[in-house]
Write a protein that binds this ligand. Sequence first.
Ligand code: 3HC
Ligand code: NAI
Length: 683
Amino acid sequence: MSVITTERHDDVLVIISNNPPVNALGQAVRQGLADGIEEALGDDSVKAVVIRCDGRTFFAGADITEFGKPPQGPGLGDVLDTIEASDKPVVAAIHGTALGGGCEVALACHYRVAVPSAKLGLPEVKLGLIPGAAGTQRLPRVVGAEAALPMVVVGNPIAASKAQAIGLVDAIVGEESLAEEAVAFARAQTDKPVPRSSEGTANRDGVENPAIFDEFRAKHGRKLRGFDAPAAGIEAVKAAGEMSYEDGVKKERELFMGLMGGTQSAAMRHYFFAERAANKIEGIARDIELLPIRKVGVIGAGTMGGGISMNFLSAGIPVTILEMEQEALDRGTGVMRANYERTAKRGRMTAEQVEQAMGLLTPTLDYDDLADCDLVIEAVFENMDVKKEVFAKLDSVVKQGALLASNTSYLNVDEIATATKRPEAVLGLHFFSPANVMKLLEVVRGEKTADQVLATAMKLAKKIGKIAVVAGVCDGFIGNRMLSPRQGQANALIMEGANYWEVDEVLLDFGFPMGPFQMSDLAGLDIGWHRDPTRIESIRDALCAMDRRGQKTGAGFYDYDEARQRTPSDDVKKLIADFAEKQGVEQRDISKEEIRERLLYPMVNEGALILEEGMAQRASDIDVVWINGYGWPLYTGGPMFWADTIGLDTVVAGLEKHKERLGENFRLSQLLKDKAEKGERFN
Ligand code: 3HC
Ligand code: NAI
């Protein structure tokens, strides 16, 4: 059956798209739309047109799988011009998400009606692009430059009600009666001059007050640092006010094509598919029966236990949280409440929602209260004996069929499972701190973890808004395991004479939000410190002994002023030099290039080892982990995609060049070596 069909409702022609799963605007859809409009224009008895979609959503955008391939006509821009040029009114009937090219279809129509749950947006920026079918030119002419800017430059979709408030949607209709109401709406517009978005004048606001562009840039500068597409988006929206529509479209095209050919968009499109691939588990049928998770238990109400619980409470799933002592329990639940209240204060939650979430929480000191949980997550101290004791207790009280998970960062999940008589029910659920905020979840598949248990955990992760990646049992799983060589090199580099602030700068320049020494200062240098100022075995010991324990004491590696601005410290530089001398490490000048290579290439190598050992399912999963858990810049596509981009032979050559300095445990991955030799990529 054709992806586009038409249907007559007396004098209204309805053009219907049915291109699952998301009605992406592939070649057949574009051709069908063009044919549908031609049919309407060629038939005098048609007075108005409705465009709507079957299935779960209105057009969710251009077909991303067509990007990078030779274009096949008709182009979306031409089809949209045909729609807009029609003198018979064309109405977009929107449900689900009208995104990207889909929103541009809606903009080319003369009117837009939507159901209350619909969302509209231009998320191209998240693919390293700007809209490429005149969206940057039509949207500001309809809603004004100020309202268009966040849509084009930040790319978050807006709700139908907001779209109506800014003039993007003309009418909101019943959730269940879109098809009929859109036809009635279209019929009511016949015999009126059609309003064309390209002729709108709302964008005068940007001409009268051009300061809005700089203000916008200043407001979002930090978040958009390093990305190319947002600046292009601002330029295109500005052009909409300064140029004729035709010239503006040309400008948009130029900017769009520049971005499409660049490395950032390729990386971000890779990430789009990587995130979706991560959800798929090799060897497990997609339709495997999942276990219902109606009630969750959490053990430990510390930093992680509290945050983990909040994920479920916010999703409406009741949580029973267990501690050893009342005081710790009260402290933990108090922190959770305070976190929710802070969110409410910022306007991102109502007071009622806070009470609703907290109302689903049952604090307890008694393991018997966990008996009927469908999933229990342990987040107690990082100690194997303690964890085993907890799992043995869980095994004796929690009902059969429940999932038993550990939030351990490094410990062996298979060994933890031996404390139970049901290792098939045990897995790792490694959340990242703060657990209620960070999107990443490593789902650790033990040797005996049942397929159903794993699949249930992946599905649940999606429900609580996490991006889940399957990892095997190894030291540090995917993320922390790759962090370890980077941290090792950062420490080695400063001993060898690199300035610690330059080590941080290299990572900042690369696009990380923070370098390792800034991070240590933020977390506190006294984490894990033995507290004996006379025992100095590391640079950290020396800093703590001087009471330079990080930001909280006003000094750590850096000096901090009242506003927490950091400056490098000559004293610390000297302290490191003295320490190196004592250890017999000779200091030398080290270039930023060497710093960069020694920080990043060993990570790629570790990623390759993880792959060859089967600890990650695919290279793109590693990219998803590092982008979501550790601030690896999205616009490089993640460590493995980045390595592909610069060439695996470059990485191997760099590793060989620095081999002597990469530590005695360094081992070059055979997979990486082979791929480099064959000129292959990871992705
Ligand atoms: N092109 C091709 N495939 C797409 C697609 C698109 N635009 N959007 C989604 N898909 C695919 C996904 O890859 C996935 O495939 P899979 O099942 O094989 O993994 C499937 O459709 C379902 O997608 P999700 O798992 O993401 O489904 P959700 O229901 O969670 O989300 C959605 C639906 C909100 C529409 C989400 O898919 C989405 O955000 N899509 C991308 C929207 C977008 O970026 N549009 C702009 C494209 S660029 C553009 O339009 C350029 C234009 O200006 C010229
Ligand atoms: P924490 O010290 O803040 O909290 C641990 C809590 O567990 C304490 O409140 C303690 O009273 C309680 N507890 C200890 N033994 C218990 C027992 N037998 N029964 C019930 N409660 C018990 O520790 P944090 O940071 O929350 O870490 C917990 C786990 O999460 C560790 O395994 C850690 O490796 C892991 N993790 C920590 C991350 C972090 O950034 N803090 C990130 C990811 C994982």
